[in-house]
Design a protein around this ligand. Structure first.
Ligand SMILES: [Zn+2]
Length: 323
């Protein structure tokens, strides 16, 4: 693979073998067993709740199935069943280039593991991925798509690589204001993002617990900030771990588009709700993007092409690189 290309494979990938995980659900507090299985080309990512009646537990990991975004991203189906806290696993699958997988869980939530994507990534890398006989598709942003909520905003802008830029601004001495821009090529996700853990503030814990949230939360799966100090004895994994975790969350949420997004995601104080709204707007704005195979994209890039405004196949035909 040439350094800096957004995709290491022009074809879709799945896992070489199933991977089993056991952990605690961050919000439900229950032990959850999860097995991530290989899946056929063009299926994308699906969740299957094994604890529910047969035929009722299948939930597609797609933007239109988002049912809750308060503390994490939850997906639901037509039977009223849901799977919570999908974003760290979704980020790991996208970050490792896994297009197709069936995720079986025996509870209502993906295990939180250590609060980052690293445990998922480590096993995916150990088991390995399998290239499949189907072209990989991408969404290529041609015109900006933007959503706002008060002073928060998220924008998808044209670009030829998948880039995520996040600014956060917390009224807290430890977190404060942090900005990070990551071009998600080569090893960037694994090295710069995957190990960043979720975080919480001591003065919010009681209120969240009273509402039945974060029952499984502990120093083993989150960074806890108490005023101007970090409670975890081991400290931070990255100096700016907070904004890195936000980039991780945003990648996980954006992966609900079902295919990689070629473009620059730029957000100020993003959250799961803003990301969900952004994907809704993206799919309503059909003239703002093109579907393209990675093969077609590479051919265009090889000719030094700028993002076209008309359909990609039209452009390819004009350039006589397509049948
Ligand atoms: Zn998170």
């Amino acid at each position: 693979m040439t350094h800096g290309q957004p995709f290491e494979s022009v074809n879709q990938k799945t896992l070489r073998h199933p991977i089993a995980y056991v952990g605690i659900g961050l919000h439900c507090g229950r032990k959850v067993s999860m097995v991530v299985h290989p899946a056929e080309p063009n299926t994308g990512i699906y969740f299957l709740r094994k604890d529910l009646s047969a035929g009722e537990g299948l939930i597609a990991a797609r933007w239109y199935n988002v049912v809750d975004t308060e503390m994490s991203t939850a997906l639901g189906n037509e039977y009223g069943h849901s799977i919570d806290t999908v974003e760290h696993l979704m980020a790991a699958l996208r970050g490792c280039g896994v297009d197709n997988a069936l995720v079986e869980v025996d509870g209502p939530e993906v295990p939180i593991m250590d609060g980052s994507s690293e445990p998922f990534v480590a096993m995916i890398e150990r088991i390995g991925t399998q290239t499949q006989d189907a072209p990989r598709n991408a969404i290529w942003i041609q015109r900006p798509v933007e959503v706002r909520d008060g002073d928060k905003y998220a924008i998808l802008m044209p670009g030829n690589t998948p880039r995520i830029t996040v600014e956060i601004d917390f009224d807290n001495a430890v977190v404060g204001s942090q900005t990070l821009s990551v071009e998600l090529v080569d090893e960037a996700f694994r090295r710069q993002v995957a190990r960043a853990r979720t975080f919480g503030f001591m003065n919010q814990i009681e209120a969240l617990k009273k509402r039945g949230l974060i029952k499984g939360g502990s120093l083993r799966n989150a960074i806890l900030v108490d005023g101007d100090r970090i409670v975890n004895e081991s400290g931070l994994r990255y100096r700016d771990e907070f904004v890195r975790h936000k980039v991780l969350d945003c990648l996980g949420d954006l992966s609900l588009a079902a295919v990689p997004i070629l473009g620059h995601y730029y957000a100020y104080k993003p959250g799961h709700e803003l990301n969900s709204q952004l994907l809704q707007k993206l799919f309503e704005s059909r003239d703002a993007w093109s579907y393209i195979t990675v093969n077609e994209f590479n051919a265009l890039m090889g000719q030094g092409m700028k993002p076209p405004r008309q359909s990609v196949s039209e452009v390819l035909r004009k350039q006589a690189v397509c049948c």
